[in-house]
Design a protein around this ligand. Structure first.
Ligand code: FES
Length: 146
């Protein structure tokens, strides 16, 4: 790592519970799973919700708003393999969780954080994944009055 930066204490992480971290304005989600670690971009690709508000189900990190999934190990969605949260290199050392600040800064240069300082997700682009819609509307034609 070019610029190691400690973002959490590994022994304090609860197994399979996502936790938020921020480095230079970039949201990250840290998840301990057994003795392994996942550090991913912390905003959902659907509408930008914080992934740390989600939960783990099996091998997947699930967004808390509408259920988009990302594998903890690969960061790829099992539902749609084209949906991938960026995975950052991370290591556990001296009970710390470390990321490379240089890698994060490089990521920020290529992907300026559109949600920096924003706490809502309503202005994000329209989702590309089809979300099950409610039942079709029932026609409201006038009743026959013969
Ligand atoms: S914002 Fe994550 S699934 Fe909708």
């Amino acid at each position: 790592m070019e610029q190691p930066r400690r973002i959490a204490t590994f022994s304090e992480l609860i197994d399979h519970q996502p936790v938020h971290a921020e480095v230079n304005g970039l949201d990250l989600v840290i998840t301990r799973f057994d003795d392994k670690l996942s550090v991913l971009y912390g905003r959902c690709l659907h509408r930008g919700a914080l992934m740390s508000d989600g939960h783990v189900s099996g091998d997947d990190l699930i967004c808390g708003l509408h259920g988009w999934d990302y594998r903890l190990d690969s960061s790829v969605s099992a539902y749609n393999n084209s949906e991938v949260l960026h995975k950052f290199s991370a290591k556990i050392e001296d009970d710390g969780v470390w990321v490379d600040e240089a890698e994060i800064n490089s990521y920020l240069e290529k992907h300026p954080n559109p949600l920096r300082g924003i706490s809502t997700w309503g202005s994000m682009p329209t989702p590309t994944r089809k979300i099950p819609s409610p039942l079709p509307a029932i026609s409201r034609s006038s009743p026959k009055t013969d």
